[in-house]
Design a protein around this ligand. Sequence first.
Ligand SMILES: Cc1ncc(C[n+]2csc(CCOP(=O)(O)OP(=O)(O)O)c2C)c(N)n1
Ligand SMILES: [Mg+2]
Length: 382
Amino acid sequence: MEECYGKDEVNKMAPNTNKVLDAAKQFESIEKEFQTFQILNEDGEVVNESAVPDLTDEQLQELMRRMVFTRILDQRSISLNRQGRLGFYAPTAGQEASQIASHFALEKEDFILPGYRDVPQIIWHGLPLYKAFLFSRGHFVGNQIPEGLNVVPPQIIIGAQYVQAAGVALGLKKRGKKAVAVTYTGDGGTSQGDFYEGINFAGAFKVPAIFIVQNNRFAISTPVEVQTAAKTLAQKAVAAGIPGIQVDGMDPLAVYAATKEARERAINGEGPTLIETLCYRYGPHTMSGDDPTRYRSKELDNEWEKKDPLVRFRKYLEKKGLWNEEMEQETIEKAKEEIKEAIKKADETPKQKVTDLISIMFEKLPANLQEQYEIYKEKESK
Ligand SMILES: Cc1ncc(C[n+]2csc(CCOP(=O)(O)OP(=O)(O)O)c2C)c(N)n1
Ligand SMILES: [Mg+2]
C-alpha cells in the first residue's frame, strides 16, 4: 500500500477514522430529548413547580375520587372473575395515573379508542358500568355503545386501534371539529406494524390525535428490553415526524399535564402527539391464567409498588388539606355500592340468543343468515 499511496491517503482508507455515521452521538442526542417528565415524586412532593397544572381544588379531589373508584373496581372485578361472575378481565391496578389522569384532560366530544385494559377510561367517558361487565362476559350489549358517546369497544387485536384512531382523527379534522381522537396501547403494542402505520399516517395528515403508550414493562411475559432496542418508546414518534414525550406514568399530575398540552396542540391544528407513560400492572396480564411470579421478581414488584399513583396523590392532597381518611372511605363505599348495582343490572340483562347475534350484524340479512335466523328462532321458541 505504502508504495502506491502517500501516508495521508492511507489514513483516509483506514477503518473508523472517517466515519460517516457517529451512532453513539446520534443515540446520545436522541435520548437526551426523552428524559422522563415528572411533577410529583413518590412522596407526593412537587419537583417541577412551573409545570404544575392549573386544576381547582374540586378538580384535584375529583381526580383522586376517580382513581380510588378505579382501584376498587379492579379489586371487585378480580373477585367477581374468580367467582365465575365475569369473563375476560385485564387488571388495571398500578395504571390509574396513566389511565384516569390522561382521561381527565379530555372533553366529552373527544373520541376514545381503547385497548382491552382501558375499560376505566371509557367508563369515565360515560359507558354505563353494567355494559363494561357485559363486555367482560362477551355479551353483545356490552359492545353496544350508547348514542352520542364517543367511544368504540375495547380492541383486542394489539395495535389495531392506532390505525383506527388516525382515521377517526382525520374525520374530526375534515369536519372541522374542535375535538381529538385518543388511543391507548401498551409497550408491546409499539412493536406492531399497526402502531407505526397509525402514527405515520397521523403525522403525514397532521390530524388531531393523541397516542398513549402505557409502558407497564411487560407484554404478557416479555420484558420491554427484549421487545425493542429503542431506549424509550416515546422516541419512536421521531420517525413519524411527530413529537413524543416520556412521562412518569405513576404521577397523575405529569400525565394530566402532558395530555392536556397534547390536546391543545391537536385542537390548534398542530397535529398528533405520542405520550409514553412509565407504569406497572400489579396483577397478572389477564385473569385467564398467567402467573407473573414466573417472569417478574418480587423486588421489581416492590420497587414499582412504592411509586403507587394513589399513595403519592393522596399525600399531595392531604398536605393541601384536600383529602382525608373519611373522604377515602366514603369514595370506597360509594364505589362498592355502584358496582353492586351494575353487576345486578348485568345479571338482569336477558341472556344473548343466537338470533340476537345474527340480527344485530346486518340491517338486511343475506339469504344464508336469514335461513339460519329462522332455524334458531324456531329452536329458541321451545
Ligand atoms: C395482533 C395480536 N397479536 C398477539 C396478541 C396476543 N396478545 C394479547 S395481549 C399481548 C401483549 C400486549 O402487551 P402490551 O402491548 O405491553 O399491553 P399490556 O397487556 O401490557 O397492557 C399479546 C401479545 C393479540 N391480542 N393481538
Ligand atoms: Mg405492557
